[in-house]
Design a protein around this ligand. Structure first.
Ligand code: DQA
Length: 146
């Protein structure tokens, strides 16, 4: 059987704490819950997901390079607070050819002003924000159809 197209799902800082971290903003689902739902959806869509989380900016950058080098079909990226700060992430995204879907559980535009700027958005194919854990599934649907 031919290998299924791979979609990287990369998660940035503090997202390992989902479920207990400000649940009124980010919801009750853990990252493992989200991974489980994505695995089911991926099977239905005929793709494979490679889901990772790191609190370290450099890991996310290395993984973006890896997604590109290994010919991943797409990347779903929730860069957490690095979204609003990281020019290094912006440059990495500009350097790769694999399409990126930016995801946020919350709607950063409905929150503090410092969350209104995204260094990811200008170099992403599109953004899904404000739909909680469901946003990851919407992003996977989009990524699988690119
Ligand atoms: C977030 C939004 C960011 O502003 C925040 O720093 C996060 C999570 C989200 O998924 O809603 O860590 O990316």
């Amino acid at each position: 059987m031919a290998t299924l197209p791979t979609i990287f799902v990369l998660n940035g800082p503090n997202l390992n704490l989902l479920g207990t971290r400000e649940p009124e903003i980010y919801g009750a689902d853990t990252l493992d819950d989200i991974a489980g739902a994505l695995e089911d959806r991926a099977r239905a869509l005929g793709v494979r997901i490679d889901m990772r989380q790191s609190n370290h900016e450099g890991h996310l950058i290395d993984w973006l390079h890896e997604a590109n080098a290994t010919g991943a079909k797409a990347v779903i990226l929730n860069a957490g607070a690095f979204t609003h700060t990281s020019i290094a992430l912006h440059d990495a995204l500009k350097s790769i050819r694999v399409p990126v879907v930016e995801v946020h559980l919350s709607n950063p535009h409905a929150r503090e002003a410092f969350r209104h700027r995204s260094f990811v958005a200008p170099v992403a194919r599109g953004t899904i924000a404000g739909f909680g854990a469901m946003g990851y599934e919407l992003a996977l649907d989009a990524a699988a159809r690119l």
